[in-house]
Design a protein around this ligand. Structure first.
Ligand code: SF4
Length: 471
């Protein structure tokens, strides 16, 4: 079905959160007022997470030519390249999901989608800006990449490697839903070259998984973790969500302890937010509720803080607002760190978003228009935004603050602007609220600051971006 422009735009927005939680980009109607825990501790509808800058509502269809302009330039010599492919299929729609996902596509439709993605990669491979470049990192996000069959995964990645070879790739990350992983499929995922397997566990409690509409159950998560460990992935990450519907303090603590027993290399913990377009939000609308039926923000922060402490006691290190890692010397997240320091990202697939030379873009958010544009031999870009130098400086500064500690000398050297001076007023204000300290070149967020960093980042936005709807 071809949707109206408004619907298409809405879907593009909702699909924006698609990519990576921690670097989630592909966000939706992010209305600061409702999602700002400082204004109201209750969890109301809206996005809280800052995935990119400037806000998505400034990205426009009429700015698409700026992408083409960059693609006609010669390839840059010192900019890293990442490749992302978005797989928008899931077994079932989770009640908190606000991504554009399809739960009803058959094998033929999925094959056609993969072929469209490959055609998109092929178009990009011929552009001067990208021709001959090899990715530093590759990421398969969704949706559920592990929904694909072994054959589909092999066909997809075989051709992707022909177009953009992986022989210099430092990380191949892959999101998986535990219930889709047979041993044969996990072996195939390892064989195609995946180094970082990220399991969407979310909770180890079957009642919570069911209440929140997840397709898998804990036994599938245990099985996937056990088998993944035997296959020698360089990194095994599991995702947990604090504050799912019906979550209790005791159950949350039990799940954290189980996660520690499982000994993954990395754990990513999200605080549950209820964006628009989720099933939960629709139910709130129907019943006239303003407050979402999930824990309030102080409770979620307390739960994540408890989890961070517990992981630290077990030998893990907190290395961002959302992650703990077993060994910070060996467990890296190349995708996150490269994106947050200004790498290029060639992003293909429905609703995916990428960036070339400081120009952001997002693809068509619905599979119909996406496939039609690719079939017609056009890049399926829906909207774009060419950043200026100041916006790039702010983007890198705020995204890197999510790590919890930032030595600003790198950003200062790159942009010739000292963030400590440029943001002296804003930093002093946050410092006076007791969330951070500045010591020479180093800004350090304390635990309270770290757990609400997304809210604090809005203070560094340019004035005209502050009150904008985020997407
Ligand atoms: S697994 Fe659930 S939350 Fe993730 S994309 Fe699919 S429906 Fe959405």
């Amino acid at each position: 079905m071809i949707e109206s422009t408004n619907d298409a735009e809405k879907n593009a927005e909702s699909a924006l959160a698609t990519q990576l939680p921690e670097v989630r980009t592909p966000l939706e109607s992010d209305d600061h007022g409702s999602a700002n825990p400082a204004d109201d501790d209750k969890t109301e509808a809206g996005n809280y997470f800052v995935a990119n800058y400037p806000p998505f509502s400034f990205w426009k269809p009429e700015l698409k030519p700026s992408v083409e302009e960059v693609l006609e330039r010669p390839a840059p010599e010192d900019t890293k390249l990442g490749v992302y492919f978005h797989i928008p299929f899931c077994r079932k729609r989770c009640h908190f999901c606000y991504f554009r996902v399809y739960t009803d596509k058959n094998a033929g439709e999925i094959n056609a989608y993969i072929q469209a993605g490959l055609k998109e990669f092929e178009m990009y491979s011929k552009k001067p800006y990208l021709a001959g470049r090899k990715p530093q990192f590759v990421y398969f996000g969704g949706g559920t990449p592990s929904y694909l069959s072994v054959q589909q995964l092999q066909d997809l990645t075989g051709r992707m490697k022909d177009l953009f070879p992986w022989d210099e790739t430092e990380e191949v990350a892959f999101e998986a839903e535990p219930g889709t992983l047979t041993e044969k499929k996990l072996e195939a995922i390892r064989e195609i070259g995946v180094t970082r397997l990220s399991l969407g566990v979310e909770s180890f409690d079957d009642g919570i998984l069911e209440t929140n509409g997840r397709a898998h159950r804990s036994k599938e998560a245990y099985r996937a973790i056990d088998f993944a460990k035997t296959l020698g992935f360089e990194q095994l990450n599991i995702d947990l969500i604090a504050g799912m519907m019906n979550e209790t303090e005791d159950n949350w603590k039990r799940c954290v302890d189980i996660a520690i027993e499982q000994q993954p290399d990395c754990v990513t913990i999200y605080q549950m937010e209820i964006p628009y377009n989720t099933t939960i939000f629709k139910q709130m609308q129907e019943s006239g509720q303003v407050t979402a039926p999930v824990a309030d923000w102080p409770t979620k922060r307390r739960w994540v803080s408890w989890a961070f402490d517990r992981f630290q006691q077990a030998g893990y290190t907190v290395n961002s607002a959302y992650t703990v890692v077993k060994n910070p010397d060996t467990v890296k997240f190349v995708y996150r760190d490269s994106l947050w320091t200004g790498s290029d990202l060639l992003s293909a697939g429905v609703a995916s978003f990428g960036e070339f030379g400081g120009v952001h873009y997002q693809n068509q958010a619905d599979v119909g228009p996406y496939m039609m544009e690719v079939d017609a031999g056009k890049l399926p870009i829906f909207r774009a935004y060419p950043t200026n130098e100041e916006e790039r400086f702010i983007r890198e500064f705020i995204l890197q603050l999510k790590l919890g500690q930032l030595d600003v000398s790198g950003v200062r050297e790159k942009y010739g602007i000292d963030p400590i001076k440029r943001f002296s007023k804003e930093l002093a204000e946050i410092e006076s609220e007791g969330f951070l300290t500045v010591d020479g070149d180093v800004i350090t967020l304390n635990r309270e600051g770290l757990l609400q960093v997304d809210r604090l980042l809005h203070g560094f936005f340019l004035n005209h971006h502050r009150d904008a709807r985020y997407t």
